[in-house]
Design a protein around this ligand. Structure first.
Ligand SMILES: NC(=O)c1ccc[n+]([C@@H]2O[C@H](COP(=O)([O-])OP(=O)(O)OC[C@H]3O[C@@H](n4cnc5c(N)ncnc54)[C@H](OP(=O)(O)O)[C@@H]3O)[C@@H](O)[C@H]2O)c1
Length: 316
């Protein structure tokens, strides 16, 4: 174990981080060992990671010194922020800065920053196709991450920018799965017209990150875009029809209708889907399923993700 390089994983008990910890610990001859970072080393999820052989260390994104301690002596650091825990892009950006500086001060050899596009580079605030949110954002949870890229670059830490994709797991945990309509037919609603959505099984983000760490310096300073597949709403509905053995219809609505759903973050997500739709070509081109599969040979397709997860998708 002493000769194995430590990868310190922020968000280790969450979707992205746990995928990385599990990928590292499932490959004992890979030369790496995971250090799972959590706010509560005694939680059930943290203890489950310790049971896999990961070291468990406490740190908080609000406390830069705690992050620097948690990264100390590590070869690599997986850096991710948690927008939906607080829904503040300013806070997310501040957290990105703390992560970048802590990784630099701990002198890690390789940080991975889990990022997304700054949509304002394609949809400036003056573009009224979608509303400006919070005074200076179009898609707040994208824009803050994209803005965070510059903080990693400025820190001087060797970094790979990992462009993630829509989690198919949102069908389970974010209430985005199909719902029965008035006639009982399952209806899958997305404001994306006929555009393709680049998606991924959340656990594969961590597994791809492990592939990036294993490639050494190959991707340092580069952007690596990953997805498990790129499917239209009709294609996703057809896959669900096959998986459930019950018809699922795609219901394409306008982004403005989605923004009006009124749940917290509906405006952010409505703008996000509109960005996916309006910049389908650029968004999909930036995410290469073949590269993702090369990094993560166990990468799931939407069909294989459905086969594993269909019983967890609430259909009511
Ligand atoms: N949903 C999607 O489709 C999608 C797609 C691409 C990107 N994303 C982005 O993914 C990010 C979230 O990543 P995730 O899904 O892996 O998160 P997650 O599953 O919600 O996990 C969050 C974990 O982070 C830890 N955490 C929360 N606040 C923390 C803090 N202040 N300091 C240290 N640790 C903290 C928590 O662990 P403890 O309680 O153990 O500390 C928690 O288990 C979001 O920013 C989102 O925008 C989401």
């Amino acid at each position: 174990m002493a000769d194995r390089k430590v990868i310190a994983v922020v968000g280790a008990t969450g979707s992205q981080g746990s995928g990385l910890v599990r990928a590292i610990q499932a490959d004992p001859s890979g030369g790496f060992v995971a250090r799972a970072i959590t706010r509560d080393a005694g939680s059930e999820k943290a203890r489950a990671l310790a049971a896999l052989g990961a070291e468990v260390v406490a740190a908080d994104l609000a406390d830069e010194a705690s992050l620097a301690r948690a990264f100390d002596g590590a070869h690599g650091a997986y850096c991710v922020t948690f927008f939906w825990d607080h829904m503040s892009p300013e806070r997310e950006l501040a957290e990105a800065g703390r992560l970048a500086r802590a990784a630099k001060s701990a002198a890690v050899s390789h940080a991975i920053w889990s990022t997304l596009e700054d949509t304002r580079l394609r949809v400036p605030l003056s573009d009224d196709r979608m509303p400006t949110l919070g005074g200076k954002y179009k898609v707040p949870h994208f824009d803050a991450k994209g803005e965070g890229d510059a903080l990693f670059a400025a820190s001087g830490v060797p970094v790979t920018y990992l462009l993630t994709s829509f989690y198919w797991d949102n069908l389970v945990s974010f209430g985005m799965g199909p719902k029965p309509g008035a006639d009982g037919t399952l209806t899958f609603t997305l404001p994306m017209g006929k555009a393709k959505l680049a998606g991924i099984a959340a656990k594969d983000i961590g597994a791809c990150a492990y592939g990036v760490f294993k490639r050494g310096t190959e991707f340092i300073g580069k952007r690596v875009g990953i997805c498990g597949g790129q499917l239209t709403g009709d294609e996703m509905a057809a896959a669900m029809t096959r998986a459930f053995g019950r018809e699922v219809k795609y219901n394409a609505i306008e982004p403005a209708v989605y923004r009006g759903f009124g749940f917290p973050g509906a405006d952010d997500l409505g703008n996000m889907f509109q960005y996916y739709r309006d910049f389908e070509r650029e968004f999909c081109a930036a995410r290469d399923p073949a590269l993702a599969r090369a990094l993560d040979p166990g990468l799931l397709s939407f069909d294989s993700w459905l086969a594993q997860n269909k019983h967890s998708i609430p259909l009511a």
